[in-house]
Design a protein around this ligand. Structure first.
Ligand code: GLU
Length: 425
């Protein structure tokens, strides 16, 4: 995913604190489920958060000390699971919130995991390949005691990819002195990665977009689509939309956006993007990310970072379907504005669950030592995403709530019930 600055200064006046807004939705979901008070006490924060500081030798011979986190939200259901992001804006609260979102995602998709999340405060765009390798290995050494194939299983996230996973796997296997492919997912295929993992999040977003369009009596063919972000997730979505026959009228990266009512040449843009998803720098006629979100389209897919759709721009979003591919791109106030305007919003915890679903498949294959075909992975992913979508949509009707709250109600249920059975609450 590429990185965007906040689109609006007014967003500051709104509650854009991801942790407290997440807690508010968790509280509401637990209340609707009739869970006891103590359940919120248990689930409002991760069970464990490890903060580490570790030195890394830079190419010029100097040593830089980096800060990293690993949060484990809840392990009542099973081991915790979630990605590691490499980004200069990473904070402890953000990682905590992201670990809660992972719990909710796993609950929606009925995976036998709780949520986890990791982050390293760094800017990999300013670092060499060798520096990123040393950073990745040092981080794993620092958190090695609390992670593992039956404890907490990391994966890629913003600015991390299969190469980071390969270094981390190698480091972990050295520390543990055995081959442990199930320690991490999102690995290269040759190291036990799963077919379809790299595109899994985008594939899941596509399935949600299809389902949402179907509810609106339409198909994706000919739909005008805007994708914000051109990284790990956004670029694959733009490509899949293009191949499906949708008209991708807008895309963006951290530095700007491109919009063309006639449709953009996505294959050409993919060819020209760099590994961090940067492409707009090559063009003179760019607009800002803020402008892009308000441009005419049928389906808007934020695939960058948090707090992009706020109370400031939500009234002017022209799409009637929004599928969140990024984590936390829409504030709670904006969620309400969109719902009141009749926009069908597929929340992040459902929209981007395809990534962790195929991570689960990867882990299952590692545990079995038996590997699946592309078709097998895809068939299972489609079934799982459709069931997740239907579960959330039906909960929205049953409880008379918006899709985000419905997703939390579905997502928190198994975890809360497991905690009860275990006698934790
Ligand atoms: N980082 C991805 C997410 O936010 C994937 C996590 C995983 O595969 O464990 O869902």
């Amino acid at each position: 995913m590429s990185i965007q600055g906040p689109v609006s200064e007014q967003a500051v006046a709104e509650n854009v604190d991801v942790l407290s807004s997440t807690q508010a939705v968790v509280a509401e979901a637990l209340q609707r489920l009739g869970m006891p008070e103590g359940m919120y006490e248990l689930l409002k924060e991760p069970l464990r958060v490890l903060t580490v500081r570790f030195p890394v030798r830079m190419d010029d011979g100097s040593v830089q000390v980096f800060t990293g986190y690993r949060a484990q939200h809840n392990d009542a259901v099973g081991p915790t699971k979630g990605g590691i992001r490499l980004h200069p804006d990473v904070t402890e609260d953000e990682i905590k919130a992201l670990s809660i979102w992972m719990s909710i995602k796993c609950g929606i998709a009925n995976l036998p995991y709780g949520g986890g999340k990791g982050g390293i405060v760094c800017d990999p765009r300013q670092m060499s390949f060798a520096e990123i390798e040393r950073l990745s290995r040092a981080y794993v050494r620092a958190i090695s005691q609390i992670v593992g194939p039956t404890k907490d299983i990391p994966a890629p996230d913003v600015f991390s990819n299969s190469q980071n996973m390969a270094w981390m796997l190698d480091e972990y296997s050295h520390i543990r002195e055995f081959d442990s492919p199930g320690f991490i997912t999102g690995k290269p295929l040759v190291l036990g990665g799963s077919r379809g993992r790299e595109r899994a999040t985008a594939r899941g977003v596509m399935i949600c977009a299809e389902e949402a369009a179907r509810l609106r009596g339409r198909t994706l063919d000919g739909a005008r689509v805007i994708v914000q972000g051109f990284g790990n997730v956004g670029s694959y979505i733009a490509q899949a939309m293009f191949e499906t026959g949708a008209r991708v009228v807008g895309i963006s990266d951290a530095y700007g956006a491109l919009y063309d009512e006639a449709g953009l040449d996505i294959p050409d843009l993919l060819e020209r993007r760099d590994s961090f998803g940067t492409v707009t720098k090559l063009f003179k006629q760019t607009i800002t990310n803020k402008e892009l979100l308000e441009k005419p389209c049928d389906i808007l897919i934020p695939a960058a970072i948090e707090n992009q759709i706020t109370q400031d721009n939500a009234p002017r979003i022209s799409a009637d379907i929004v599928v969140e591919a990024a984590n936390g791109p829409t504030t709670l106030t904006a969620t309400k504005i969109l719902a009141d305007r009749g926009v069908l919003l597929v929340p992040d915890v459902l929209g981007n669950a395809g990534g962790v679903i195929v991570s689960y498949f990867e882990w299952v294959q590692n545990n079995q030592g038996l590997y699946w075909t592309d078709e097998e992975v895809d068939r299972r992913l489609v079934d799982s995403m459709r069931a997740s979508f239907t579960g959330v949509y039906e909960a929205a009707h049953h409880y008379g709530v918006d899709m985000r709250l419905a997703a939390y109600i579905v997502g928190v249920r198994r975890m809360a019930e497991s905690a009860k059975w275990r006698g934790w609450v």
